[in-house]
Ligand binder design. Structure first.
Ligand SMILES: [Zn+2]
Length: 138
């Protein structure tokens, strides 16, 4: 195996993960702030899966999922080590499903947002969140 190359690759991929997801979250955060939507917190450590945005009073958990890491249809797997990536992404997806299911059973409303949705139409994503907030609060 090409150890050096794969180390470099995993370093690059982990950078994609962190910066990719952070910029997407920042984008959503900016929209919420601009609209004056309050009472949410980010990466709540006390809730399963550490939801990216958590609205406690509305019992709404929002996950912003990077398209690559969470296996969105819009993203392609790297052409090398296909099995590795396939298994890794499949594990992430299974984990997501487990988390959403448990949270729902615990009475949370779970909204899952794709990175590509935020890039294409952030206003629509925010509208979806606002609708959920109103539905739950009423
Ligand atoms: Zn996507």
């Amino acid at each position: 195996m090409d150890t050096v190359a794969s180390e470099t690759r995993s370093r690059i991929m982990s950078r994609i993960r962190s910066t990719g997801n952070k910029s997407t979250e920042r984008r959503l955060r900016a929209h919420l702030v601009r609209l004056g939507i309050r009472a949410w917190r980010m990466h709540a450590k006390d809730v399963l899966g550490r939801p990216d945005f958590l609205f406690d009073s509305a019992k709404l958990a929002v996950f912003v999922n990077g398209c690559f890491w969470h296996g969105c249809w819009c993203s392609r797997l790297p052409q090398s080590r296909i099995d590795y990536w396939h298994n890794k992404i499949a594990r992430n997806k299974a984990r997501d499903r487990r988390i959403y299911k448990t949270l729902t059973q615990e009475g949370w409303s779970v909204l899952h947002v794709w990175e590509h949705e935020l890039h294409q139409d952030a206003a629509a994503v925010v509208a979806k969140i606002v609708r959920r907030l109103h539905t739950v609060i009423r």
